[in-house]
Design a protein. Structure first.
Length: 296
């Protein structure tokens, strides 16, 4: 189950609602090269190829914003690109494994191959290995879906998850993203960033109200982060989706900096407010176990 924007709903096989969306595209950093003279013929060839590259990126970015998929005609209309050109670009991206096309609906979708573009520091094998056991324990202790998340730019990204065994459960695709200010794992990591990094992050956030409980100002968000830093865990009190609650705690490096977070997510009736503290302590203990193992 996936929302247009990224953090999925709580019912299996049920389409997600706003505000979250899948967005697996990552910024790419290019190394500076030494200056060299390029023959005119080569310049012309590269200039001709440039529109195709631009159209390919436009296609990927559009699909990243529409996790429900898009038909060729819809893409052509939205991007103002001829269908014949899009068909060629789509075919190339299919062969490379970055998009797939449903044989029945003919809709294009992004694949999880974009996870390979996540920086190596995020795809930290020792961290993943240290997290699996405590993640399973956390799922079994709380009964809810448990996820390992990291922070990339202003969004959290789901790296791994273990689903609740309830028939009615919260589920997400690996690689799903959500705004850091409206979810527990994002707030948990942000609270344990160095002050300058935290302030820079907060200044770059474009706050948006998703529910009546969403934090929508810098001042309120900083106040929340200070509280999280004091108590050691974060709560998403239906801030991204009404009826869905999360509790998260940070995983820290040797310097006490947040590098990831454990989170449990489920329907509000199974995560009542009067259990926030007890559940927060459980999540915090399992995250602390990963922190200890990772920093040995």
């Amino acid at each position: 189950m996936q929302s247009k924007a990224g953090y999925p709903a709580a019912e299996v096989d049920t389409p997600l609602k706003e505000p979250y969306h899948i967005s697996l595209l990552k910024p790419i950093s290019y190394m500076k090269s030494t200056t060299m003279r390029i023959p005119d013929t080569k310049r012309k060839s590269e200039a001709a190829a440039s529109p195709s590259l631009q159209r390919g990126i436009a296609l990927l970015e559009h699909l990243a914003r529409h996790s429900h998929g898009c038909t060729l005609s819809a893409l052509s209309e939205e991007l103002t690109i001829p269908q014949a050109s899009l068909l060629r670009i789509g075919k190339a991206l299919e062969e490379l494994g970055y998009v797939t096309r449903d044989v029945t609906t003919k809709k294009y979708y992004l694949t999880n191959r974009f996870l390979q573009l996540i920086p190596p520091s995020v795809q930290d094998r020792p961290l993943m290995e240290c997290a699996i056991g405590p993640m399973r324990e956390l799922r079994d202790m709380t009964g809810e879906t448990t996820q390992l998340c990291c922070l990339i730019d202003r969004e959290i990204v789901i790296l791994e998850q273990m689903l609740a065994r309830h028939a009615f459960k919260y589920s997400a695709e690996i690689g799903a993203r959500a705004p850091c200010f409206s979810c527990a794992p994002g707030k948990a990591i942000a609270a344990f960033l160095p002050d300058n990094e935290r302030d820079d992050l907060v200044n770059r956030i474009q706050f948006k109200r998703f529910t009546p409980h969403t934090i929508t100002s810098k001042r309120a968000f900083l106040s929340e982060l200070n509280l999280i830093r004091q108590r050691g865990y974060a709560v998403d009190h239906e801030e991204g989706l009404v009826g869905i609650r999360c509790i998260a705690a940070p995983i820290l490096d040797r310097n006490g900096i947040g590098i990831a977070a454990f989170t449990i997510t489920g329907p509000a009736e199974r995560i009542p407010q009067d259990e926030y503290e007890s559940l927060g302590e459980i999540v915090q203990s399992r995250a602390a176990a990963v922190t200890a193992a990772y920093n040995r």
